[in-house]
Design a protein. Structure first.
Length: 200
């Protein structure tokens, strides 16, 4: 209840910080962006100078990069081997960074007609890990497609000396390394062995 209002409040906070001479920054990873009120709020944030970077796998009704409307908004879509449903939202909030995970896409059906969760993440290790995941998705230049002002998508690729970043492959590699490290750190277990007398 009240998720749209909370999101609108967080977006408006970035506008107010920006108007006050501070940095305004919003990152988001979700499946779909359809809700008209949130789109209008993001347009207003862009007009105020807030930088908005979104990774939206599926439907996006926002038009990024439109002069005078959304030139401070970029939207990319990553469709790859794994079907992802994670939703992560970051608001710079004047340096008091706010990070959320959520079950909801930004669509009327999620915000008006379903029970959904928007959860603040406060544990420092979890925050660092989630923010790293979010940034990797936003930096993908192998599988990502950029949404253009026309509504068409353009496949991204490394430019010049830019490092190739394949987000899903990189995250998959990190998970495998974490599992391997955890296995190596597991203490050795000694089990008692009782000799068995064998009668001849």
């Amino acid at each position: 209840i009240g998720m749209r209002e909370k999101l609108l409040e967080m977006i408006d906070s970035e506008v107010q910080f920006k108007k006050g001479g501070q940095r305004g920054l919003i990152y988001g990873k979700l499946n779909s962006l359809v809700d008209e009120q949130l789109i209008e709020a993001l347009y207003a944030a862009s007009a105020a100078g807030v930088k908005v970077r979104l990774s939206i796998r599926g439907i996006c009704c926002l038009r990024p990069g439109v002069p005078g409307l959304s030139e401070n908004i970029t939207v990319t879509s990553v469709v790859d081997r794994f079907l992802e449903h994670s939703r992560i939202f970051f608001f710079y909030h004047g340096g008091d960074e706010r990070l959320f995970i959520s079950s909801a896409d930004w669509m009327p059906r999620n915000l008006d007609r379903r029970l959904e969760l928007l959860v603040p993440v406060e544990d420092s290790q979890a925050r660092d890990r989630l923010l790293a995941i979010l940034k990797i998705h936003l930096q993908d230049n192998i599988k990502a497609r950029k949404l253009l002002p026309s509504g068409r998508y353009e496949r991204l690729k490394p430019v010049g000396q830019q490092e190739p970043i394949h987000s899903q492959a990189l995250l998959y590699q990190r998970v495998n390394e974490a599992v391997q490290n955890a296995a190596e750190m597991r203490p050795t277990m000694f089990e008692p062995y009782r000799a068995v007398n064998i009668d001849h």
